[in-house]
Structures are given as C-alpha cells and as structure tokens.
Design a protein around this ligand. Structure first.
Ligand SMILES: *Cc1c(COP(=O)(O)O)cnc(C)c1O
Length: 377
C-alpha cells in the first residue's frame, strides 16, 4: 500500500445508509433510484435527458449505435485517452482516425487538426475532455455543423465542468459519463448518457434494455403487462443499488470538486515555477472537475519518466500515466497516424494523486518528492 494513493473514495455513512435503504425497499434492479439519479443528473447539467447505464463503455457503444455509425464509417478521436473511447468505434465496425493533442500545455485533441482528417467516410467526432478540461468545443461544433458530423463527448473526466455557460457533455449530440470507482462520481461500476434530443434519448432507452418496449419495474407496478422487441438491444441497465450510491455522490459532487480546485492550486503554486515540468491547462479560467492532476516532464524521455515514477513510488506516492497511447496497442497499431504530441506526452506524463481528502501538507510532501526525484535523473 502507498502512503499517498493516487485516488481515494469520497465515501461515508451516507453511502452505506443509501444502499441499506435500497436493499430494504425490496427493489434492487433498475427502478425508482435509477429514475431519481437520471433526473438529478439531467437537472445538474441542465440537459433534457439522462439515461443511466452499466458503465461508460456501454454509454459510448450505445451512442455509436443510435447515431447509426457502422462499418465503413470513420470516426475522429484522440489517441491519448482510455481504450473505451476508441473501442466503441470498433464495436460498430467503424474505423478510428486519431487526431493529435494540442501539446504539453493542453492534452485535449487539437481541434485545428480535425478538418484535415475528414474524408467522405467521416461520420462523427469523439472529443475526450482530459482531466475535465474542455476541448475546444466551439471549433469542434463549428466543424461538425459545417461537415454534418455527429459529436459524442466522452465526458468521463468532466462532470460539472463548465464551458462557455454550458456543462461538458451537453454540447455535442450525446455526452457519456462514467461512475467507475475512481471517477469523480463513484458507484463501483456505472455510467450515464445525456442528450437534448428526444429521438436519441428514446432509442438509447430502448437499446439499454434489449430493445424491449417496457421495463420490469413498469410491469411490476402494474403500468404495463406486455412488451415488444422493436430493435436489437443489449442489457446495459444500471441497478438501483448502484443508482442509490450515485444519488448520494451527486449531492457531494460540488463540494468534492471545490476541494480539488484548492488542491490543484496548491500543486500549481509549487510546480509551475519549475522549468523542467509542464503543468497542463494553466490558462483555463473556468470551473472544472479536476478528475486527475497530470504533469509532463520537459526535455525528457520514457526511461527518465519511469525512473522518476519509480522513485516516487519508493517514497510511498502512487502515480499513474494517463494514458498509454491507444495507437501503440497491438489491436490499434494499424490505425496509427502522425501523432508527435501524443507520443511525447504518453512517454513523459506523470499523474500525481488527486482526491478531496488531500491536505496542503500532502501536496507539499508530494511536490518535495517530485523535485528531489527529478533532480536525480
Ligand atoms: C473511465 C473512462 C471510460 C470508461 O468508463 P467505464 O465506466 O469504466 O466503462 C471511458 N473513457 C474515459 C476517458 C474514461 O476515463
């Protein structure tokens, strides 16, 4: 175990109570708690519809399905992301086309490069808001409108992040969020899809549950007695046990993120002074989720970065890399393009601990350790 882990759950008695209450209610699969979570999440994001699902991978898959993305289509996405952002494109038989990131100061995909990647086969763009910092959505939406492309936001890192008066995930056609344990909202496994389009929402609801036109809860409560299967769907339903955790986590979210903002400020005050380390996204002025705290070593290479990480681990500090670039994985090598910024960052990024409970003295300890470890390489 590490003295300072990368992440720690923001869980207390409230979560325990919520789960026990759901168990005692005798309704544990998709039901009233899911509905409550969906309503609450939609309200919080000021978006019309939300549909809770098993995880964000399912959310992204459903998004690709309902937008009709299929074999022969191309979808533009980043390579500096988690595999699920890209796997969903492959699930529907389409081809990922990787866009590079902006650089060491902005780890989101570079909107300026999107247009040159568009072909007559391009169907959609999947931006991923790295650490909860927004991609250039204004530019991305302009391109999408002009070239008639769909936009699916992978907003896993960014619940409640602001962007020009809107919330991330509500700007494109569909937004996808994850409630995996280490995300800003934790339910173990879980996710949610949001959209402002009624047609898209209706299709997602159907495909979430086998394409069945009614749900068990509606039948158990006497609102329906039969169902049809209108489309080939999946079982991507969230259960009410997890949903009840989600509801409690949503109540805590704003405060959790405010703590993270403070923690980021402590980190920045120390690390921005250094000329051997880049702290990305320092020019962002808006409220964001700070899902993770990434730094990028300058004039470095993968070997040096790994040495620094190992030294930090020896000092009891857990770190991570967000992310091993997708285009270097065996199943994706055939889709690789020219991605110099992604390649530099994947080799030189270190993710430092970030969670609400961290204290100023922890950040001091981590920053001292980072400085020492960097000096040695
Ligand atoms: C966590 C994550 C996912 C996958 O979410 P799951 O809920 O674990 O399926 C997808 N994209 C990004 C960027 C993520 O961080």
């Amino acid at each position: 175990m590490y003295d300072i882990p990368l992440f720690d759950l923001n869980y207390g008695e409230e979560e325990e109570k919520a789960v026990v209450q759901t168990l005692k209610s005798r309704w544990i699969s998709t039901g009233p708690k899911c509905a409550e979570l969906e309503e609450k999440f939609a309200k919080m994001l000021n978006v019309r519809y939300a549909c809770a699902v098993t995880n964000c991978t399912a959310a992204l898959h459903l998004a690709c399905c309902v937008l009709g993305i299929k074999s022969g289509d191309e979808v533009i996405c980043p390579s500096l992301t988690f595999a699920a952002t890209v796997n969903c494109i492959r699930y529907v038989g389409a081809t990922p086309v990787f866009a590079d990131i902006c650089g060491i100061d902005n780890l989101c995909m570079d909107a300026e490069q999107i247009e040159e990647l568009i072909t007559e086969k391009t169907k959609a763009i999947i931006p991923m808001h790295y650490a909860g910092f927004p991609c250039d959505m204004q530019k991305i939406m302009e391109i999408a409108d002009k070239r008639h492309l769909f936009v699916i936001e992978d907003a896993c890192h960014g619940p409640l992040s602001d962007y020009k008066g809107k919330k991330l995930g509500t700007i494109g056609d569909i937004g996808c969020f994850s409630f995996f344990s280490n995300k800003n909202i934790s339910t173990g496994e879980g996710g949610i899809v949001v959209t402002n389009h009624e047609e898209i929402y209706k299709k997602i609801r159907l495909l979430r549950s086998h394409g069945m036109t009614t749900m068990s809860y509606q039948r158990a409560s006497g609102h329906a007695t039969a169902y049809d299967i209108a489309n080939l769907g999946y079982n991507y339903r969230m259960d009410d046990i997890r949903a009840s955790l989600g509801v409690v986590q949503l109540d805590k979210l704003r405060e959790d993120l405010e703590r993270r903002t403070q923690i980021r400020e402590w980190y920045c005050a120390r690390l921005m002074k250094r000329d051997d380390i880049a702290v990305p996204f320092t020019d962002n002025q808006e409220f964001v989720s700070n899902y993770i705290f990434p730094v990028v070593l300058k004039n470095s290479n993968a070997e040096k970065r790994d040495t620094v990480r190992n030294r930090l681990h020896e000092k009891g500090i857990q770190t991570s890399v967000h992310y091993p670039a997708i285009h270097r994985f065996s199943v994706y090598q055939e889709f690789a393009g020219k991605l110099p910024n992604t390649e530099y960052v994947t080799d030189n990024e270190i993710t430092l601990p970030m969670y609400a409970k961290l204290q100023e003295k922890d950040i001091e300890y981590i920053c001292n350790a980072v400085e020492e470890c960097c000096k040695l390489v």
